[in-house]
Design a protein around this ligand. Structure first.
Ligand SMILES: [Ca+2]
Ligand SMILES: [Ca+2]
Length: 403
């Protein structure tokens, strides 16, 4: 079992993440009267959602219990524990996408390779740190500034990475002054961390604000001009969520519906902007018509892409568009107001720390009585499972506080 690297101080938060009780019910299945068995980690957290998120970002957690009196959160790698009528709550996280090691078995390369100690050994899922015991560590030739890199295949929101050094025969000292970079392509990698001196046995690299990346690279920064470095690591794990359209096929609603031009057409995955392609919704003639999607759970929102109807000059009907989001319908707030005609394809960039379950776009009618007809062909929403403020705090990163 991996060590769950969390310091209790990290989770004794400076603030409370406030999500109402009914949202908890929607996020997690809660069963009063149970306490986790086979507890491998006990944390002090401020709320039930903090406890659930703690479980969610731990790879081995199956259930967690939260005692509202003592604020103790117990993480367990067993399914539902034994009932003992303590009044604790058991949560089984129902997030659709737990953070996963997205580097596992992905294509890896490196500056040079010694015999069969190939780059893929660091993504083989084997964290054995004995070079000869596990056949699980890569090994370069002797050179200057050796590097290793993984191609994740697609863009991911990266939360953190874990580096496993070689630990036999005191050879860990060869991995020194390690630089960790990530990025969307290999020509524009961003340095996330420089680790001076010898790399620890296991080192966790925190990504500030969930970096979007397709590549991760680790290298030795040679301190002299002599090319006598040898690089070997035994595993590199990269934990994150795929960058995906989280609105796809989610329940959608509309202020009014014209015939079969239903709201779900805007989340059917079809971006055809010709109305007669049967992929656009259509309201009746009314004032302030709106369309809304329920993402199901709270997500950290990154951006939204709106596809206007473009046939027969009817794009002009989508004008003075208001985009709102909210954790609950009763607390929706404006992200952007776009005056004039909506462009063919419009991207709404979400401010940092935007977390929401609902997203709504509407026409702000300029006259009353209004005669607005609303039709759009697709709305894509990109982001990752929410409570990210907790997630970031959990990783020891101070979240941005924008509201
Ligand atoms: Ca390995
Ligand atoms: Ca569509």
């Amino acid at each position: 079992m991996q060590t769950y690297i969390v310091v209790t101080a990290f989770v004794t938060y400076h603030y409370l993440y406030q999500v109402s009780a009914n949202i908890h019910q929607q996020l997690y299945s809660v069963h009063p009267g149970y306490e986790a068995t086979n507890v491998y980690e006990e944390l002090s957290v401020s709320s039930v959602s903090g406890c659930a998120v703690s479980c969610n970002i731990s790879t081995e957690c199956i259930t967690a219990t939260f005692d509202s009196q003592t604020r103790q959160c117990k993480l367990s790698d067993l399914d539902l524990g034994v009932a003992n009528n303590t009044g604790n709550m058991v949560m089984k996280s129902v997030f659709p996408a737990k953070v996963l090691n997205v580097a596992l078995k992905k294509p890896a390369s490196m500056s040079s390779s010694s015999l069969d100690r190939v780059a893929s050994r660091a993504v083989d899922g084997n964290t054995n740190q004995d070079f000869f015991d596990g056949n699980s560590c890569f090994h370069t030739l002797v050179e200057a500034n050796p590097w290793w890199r993984v191609d994740l295949g697609n863009d991911y929101y990266i939360a953190y990475a874990v580096l496993y050094n070689r630990m036999d025969n005191n050879q860990d000292i060869r991995a020194h002054d390690v630089v960790v970079k990530v990025g969307p392509n290999i020509t524009s990698l961003l340095t996330i961390e420089y680790i001076p001196g010898v790399l620890p046995a296991i080192h966790k690299v925190h990504m500030p604000y969930m970096q979007t990346a397709k590549y991760l690279e680790v290298s030795i920064q040679s301190l002299t001009n002599s090319d006598n470095e040898t690089f070997h690591l035994c595993e590199i794990e990269v934990f994150g969520y795929p960058v995906m359209n989280i609105a796809l096929k989610k329940p959608a609603s509309l202020s009014s519906v014209s015939d079969d031009r239903v709201p779900s057409r805007a989340v059917d995955g079809n971006t055809n902007q010709d109305f007669f392609g049967n992929s656009c919704f259509h309201t009746l003639n009314e004032i302030n018509p709106w369309w809304r999607v329920d993402l199901g759970i709270v997500y950290h929102l990154d951006y939204t892409v709106i596809y206007n109807r473009m046939d027969n000059g009817q794009d002009v009907r989508a004008h003075d568009i208001l985009c709102k989001v909210g954790i609950e319908l009763s607390s929706m707030y404006t992200i952007e107001f776009l005056p004039g005609t909506l462009p063919s394809i419009h991207v709404v960039q979400m401010p940092d720390s935007t977390e929401a379950r609902f997203l709504e776009v509407s026409i702000q009618s300029l006259t009353d009585p209004a005669n607005d007809i609303f039709h759009l062909c697709e709305i894509e929403v990109f982001g990752y499972p929410g409570c990210s403020k907790f997630l970031l705090s959990h990783l020891g990163i101070q979240p941005k506080m924008t509201r």
